[in-house]
Design a protein around this ligand. Structure first.
Ligand SMILES: [Zn+2]
Length: 433
């Protein structure tokens, strides 16, 4: 088909307009290329932290005439007292206190050490406050006053492996293989829904772990995330795999080789260290009422104040007092599930109507209500009917989000190959390549 003649003038016009606009734009941009640097800066503002701050005082008074002091914070000490000990005016302390991030330098603990620099007029020039091995706060003086900013030491992450065979306890074998107590805890947390580490792991069962370690200036400072793990249970009859999924630094979760979440929608128990004092029993004789009264929950013992966690994501639908229950909380979860936590000494920060995430602390163990001693009474309801929380089959937690699936397939199959190459019969941790 031939183009209609009538369109031709428009095409010409379009040609001229394009030419004109292009020419104009190129002129505009070439002019901009010679524009002063300030313009470029406003177009691409630098992030706050990397903004070069001119240390004016350092220029006016060169470094060598600053005096460096190390001040140790004593019991009931404060920034004010520390500065005062160097004859720095209390006005300076007030100025720092009023800074928007002044709390970074005023929240001091006894034993903290501040490096403080003053000039010959006893004027504060700089403070360095090492908060941890990797983080310090630095106060500097600039043309427009004092500024506090964070300084982070770059931490080197290495990948290492550990493997072993259980002879006595899993803990001993894992320690021997080079895993830290924290990593051992993380492992048992990851597999908490599938494996009972104290009962199901037996002599001869094996474990293999690929994990991260953190180094600061070449020195080991601790374990990082577990990337992948494989354990066998029930005399090596069952194999359990776990692979990490993360986004940046945030761990999304652990999944098995098929992308199934290792977590369930509910925790096994609402307290960390489990001591069950009374089980679910529809025909229990009640010790206080002295008559048969069903026990429609599980009791957990522990010291007063033991943190109580919500076993699943949900919404607090009741937070208050009930006869018998004392201080209690009821949480509605997705689908047909409700949980109840009673006899609390006090509530956590979540109010009625709040949404809570699995593991959030909602209250603390106590002995309010009709009880003989400190414990948590925990109920689990399905369609508003009580079930035994120790026997109910929990629904699966959310499967892996679609957006992670392609990447996960690749990384999990790579890590699985690496795990299978590890020899669990040599208890030596080796560097991982
Ligand atoms: Zn109870």
């Amino acid at each position: 088909m031939k183009p209609k003649k009538v369109t031709q003038p428009y095409l010409w016009k379009l040609f001229f307009v394009t030419f004109f606009v292009a020419g104009f734009l190129s002129l505009f941009f070439s002019a901009n290329a010679n524009a002063p640097l300030e313009l470029k800066r406003t177009l691409h503002p630098l992030p706050e932290q990397s903004k070069p701050i001119k240390e004016s005082s350092q220029q006016d008074a060169p470094n060598e005439i600053w005096q460096e002091h190390v001040v140790k914070i004593r019991k009931n000490g404060s920034l004010g007292l520390a500065l005062n000990s160097l004859n720095i005016s209390s006005r300076t302390t007030r100025t720092i206190t009023r800074l928007k991030n002044g709390h970074l330098l005023t929240n001091l603990r006894s034993g903290d050490e501040l490096k403080i620099w003053v000039n010959k007029h006893d004027e504060l020039q700089k403070i360095l406050y090492p908060k941890s091995q990797t983080l310090s706060y630095e106060l500097i003086k600039t043309e427009d006053g004092y500024h506090i900013h964070e300084k982070r030491e770059p931490v080197e992450i290495r990948t290492e492996t550990a493997s072993g065979t259980i002879k006595g306890s899993f803990y001993i074998a894992a320690k021997k293989a080079g895993l830290s107590a924290r990593s051992i805890m993380n492992l048992s947390d990851m597999f908490a829904w599938d494996v009972d580490f104290s009962r199901e792991l037996q002599k001869g069962d094996t474990f293999k772990v690929i994990y991260e370690t953190k180094y600061l200036k070449g020195k080991y400072i601790g374990d990082g995330n577990i990337l992948a793990a494989q354990i066998t249970s029930n005399n090596q009859k069952q194999t359990h795999n776990a692979f990490i999924v993360r986004e940046g630094n945030k761990v999304i979760g652990y999944y098995d080789e098929n992308g199934k979440n290792l977590k369930k929608a509910f925790l096994r128990s609402p307290v960390d260290y489990v001591r069950i004092t009374s089980k679910y029993n529809p025909k229990r004789f009640h010790p206080v009422l002295k008559r048969t009264r069903p026990h429609r929950g599980v009791d957990y013992g522990g010291p007063r104040g033991t943190p109580i966690r919500t076993t699943g994501d949900g919404k607090i639908i009741f937070r208050g007092w009930g006869n018998g229950y004392g201080r209690y909380i009821k949480i509605k979860h997705a689908g047909k599930y409700t949980t109840l936590y009673a006899h609390l000494s006090k509530f956590g920060k979540f109010k009625k109507g709040s949404y809570v995430k699995q593991g959030d602390v909602i209250g603390y163990m106590g002995k309010t209500g009709r009880v003989t001693g400190v414990h948590l009474h925990y109920e689990f309801l399905v369609n508003n009917k009580h079930v035994d929380p120790l026997k109910v089959k929990f629904p699966d937690a959310e499967p892996l989000d679609k957006k992670y699936q392609a990447e996960f397939k690749k990384s999990a199959s790579f890590l699985l190959t690496q795990l299978e190459r590890l020899d669990s019969h040599t208890n030596i941790a080796r560097s991982f390549e």
